[in-house]
Design a protein around this ligand. Structure first.
Ligand SMILES: NC(=O)c1ccc[n+]([C@@H]2O[C@H](COP(=O)([O-])OP(=O)(O)OC[C@H]3O[C@@H](n4cnc5c(N)ncnc54)[C@H](OP(=O)(O)O)[C@@H]3O)[C@@H](O)[C@H]2O)c1
Length: 255
């Protein structure tokens, strides 16, 4: 498939390289600034700078701009291309509905959403780990087929998109925010941060394998409340989050 990408930032560049490795033909794309397009294509090592008109040379176009630009950019592409029959446009945002691509649909294009539930940190990490990710999809059966072809496990995106996306952020960026607390303690005490990280990743594994309540260990699960009290008196800025999560765990344990 000939693929073009609008917005060659973290996600756009990763997808260009990932899809090229999976045998798709990456034609190129554009960013908002020429300089970013030039640098992105240099990093990708293929494809060329395309205009809004030229983007329609691709069979499939991914719109990977910031969320705030997706609808506006779809409108601009539609203005430049009165006929888009036989073309497919997908945006990659988990927080926007498919309707933002309406201007392209009215020109005859097929449209949809493909939201990879994946933290696009950098190219190396993406290329190594992207395959096998879940992807929320909206649109016809063809979007699911594209997702499967690209090695994703598709599921239908819920219509309560904002809540869905909040869940994704709680599982990703905010989880990093949470883990910063034990990592700071590790640093303060001079112990290897990997020790806490491994512990955390084993708990996630156990939640997946055994369920939430079975994966809860620690002083509160065995009734060592004096130990909890001592923790609360030893910690400072972590105290608020400790207390909040403690009450959540009590809810989980009491079913
Ligand atoms: N980050 C994630 O982990 C993740 C995961 C799943 C889905 N997504 C979705 O993927 C999309 C892209 O996110 P990102 O993290 O890659 O953002 P990003 O790193 O900020 O990259 C955005 C890119 O879009 C370009 N751009 C901005 N306005 C544009 C316009 N009007 N026309 C063409 N290009 C434009 C930017 O170019 P300039 O630099 O020249 O402005 C930049 O290359 C978003 O919809 C996001 O919700 C992100």
């Amino acid at each position: 498939m000939r693929v073009a990408i609008v917005g060659l930032g973290r996600v756009g560049k990763s997808m260009a390289l990932y899809l090229s490795r999976r045998g798709e033909e990456f034609l190129g794309g554009y960013c908002s600034r020429e300089e970013s397009t030039r640098r992105a294509l240099e990093i990708i090592g293929g494809g060329r700078a395309l205009s809004r008109k030229e983007i329609a040379r691709a069979e499939l176009v991914l719109i990977s701009t910031p969320d705030s630009e997706v609808e506006r950019e779809a409108g601009r592409i539609a203005e430049e291309n009165p006929v888009l029959e036989g073309k497919t446009f997908l945006h990659l945002s988990g927080s926007l509905p498919m309707d933002v691509l309406e201007p392209l649909r009215t020109r005859g294009a097929e449209v949809g959403v493909l939201h990879p539930l994946f933290p696009f940190f950098d190219l190396e990490f993406s290329l190594k780990n992207l395959e096998g990710s879940y992807a929320g999809v909206e649109g016809g059966e063809f979007v699911k087929e594209i997702a499967r072809r690209w090695g994703f496990s598709p599921f239908p995106l819920p219509s309560f998109r904002v809540l869905y996306h909040a869940g994704a952020v709680l599982s990703a960026g905010l989880l990093a925010g949470y883990i910063s607390y034990p990592l700071k303690i590790a640093q303060e005490l001079g112990i290897p941060p990997e020790a806490y990280l491994r512990l955390a990743s084993l708990v996630l594994k156990a939640v997946g394998e055994k369920g939430l309540s079975a994966a809860v260990t620690g002083p509160w699960s065995r009734g060592d409340f004096a130990t909890v009290e001592r923790h609360l008196s030893a910690i400072r800025e972590e105290r608020k989050i400790y207390e909040l999560l403690l009450s959540r765990l009590q809810e989980i344990l009491s079913g």
